[in-house]
Design a protein around this ligand. Structure first.
Ligand SMILES: Cc1cc2nc3c(=O)[nH]c(=O)nc-3n(C[C@H](O)[C@H](O)[C@H](O)COP(=O)(O)OP(=O)(O)OC[C@H]3O[C@@H](n4cnc5c(N)ncnc54)[C@H](O)[C@@H]3O)c2cc1C
Length: 201
């Protein structure tokens, strides 16, 4: 049983995983099992080139970020389970007992984070009832989002990145994933606000 399972290994999903991973030494995170479906085939990053994203050197290719983020997560936070090459197709159950089905296997989790982008090909059975037209994209682009309040879709289900209704910019997607991570950490800390910082001091 995972405590939190992130669907989507793009900008927002990886950002969420990194912040959750970095909180490993907090007592309320001890023993928590966290995973991410590091599926990347349909990521917006595949064709992107970044000259305007905070902290990222200009000229950086999105395809480089895809492989570097996987390496970053596995080197810095090896306790986070990365599930490679599996596409999520269905979700069953309700909080805190979801089953996530992929094209190859199934996994149990208490919390689901979905960050799979805003393409209208969205087809995860069990989540389609939350799909609405994207509120900030041009209607002719036919983007979609999941209906949410401050990233929360339903009890135990969070959405991140463009699928949460944000405009398509790397920094926004990364911030959205990080925001959900801190919401989950706060939940695990019995509702007392928390975040994850490192310092040279
Ligand atoms: C060509 C292009 C150029 C861009 N240039 C810029 C730029 O210059 N500056 C800027 O700030 N932003 C730019 N962007 C936007 C930026 O890349 C996106 O805003 C950002 O990637 C969105 O993050 P996300 O997490 O919502 O989605 P993504 O990063 O697309 O991640 C979604 C992830 O979900 C995975 N996934 C999808 N379906 C499933 C499934 N069923 N099961 C499991 N995993 C699944 C995908 O494989 C992918 O890894 C550009 C985008 C594109 C397409």
């Amino acid at each position: 049983m995972f405590d939190a399972l992130i669907i989507g290994g793009g900008v927002s999903g990886m950002s969420c995983a990194l912040v959750l991973g970095s909180a490993q030494n907090k007592s309320f995170v001890t023993g928590k099992k966290i995973g991410i479906f590091a599926h990347q085939k349909s990521s917006s990053l595949q064709d992107a080139l970044f000259n305007n994203a905070y902290g990222i050197p200009p000229g950086k290719l999105g395809s480089e970020l895809l492989s570097e983020s996987i390496e970053h997560l596995s080197k810095s936070y090896p306790h986070i389970t990365q599930i490679q090459n599996e596409k999520v197709i269905r979700i069953e159950g309700e909080a805190p007992d979801f089953t996530v089905f992929t094209n190859k296997s199934s996994y149990k989790t208490k919390i689901i984070v979905v960050g799979i982008g805003s393409a209208n090909t969205f087809a995860i059975e069990g989540l389609t009832q939350y799909v609405i037209p994207h509120q900030k994209a041009l209607p002719e682009k036919q983007r979609i989002q999941l209906k949410n309040e401050d990233h929360k879709v339903a009890e135990g289900i969070y959405v991140t990145g463009t699928l949460a209704g944000w405009r398509s910019q790397l920094a926004i997607a990364a911030g959205s994933g990080a925001a959900v991570a801190t919401d989950i950490l706060t939940l695990w800390n019995n509702g007392t606000e928390t975040h994850a910082h490192d310092s040279i001091r």
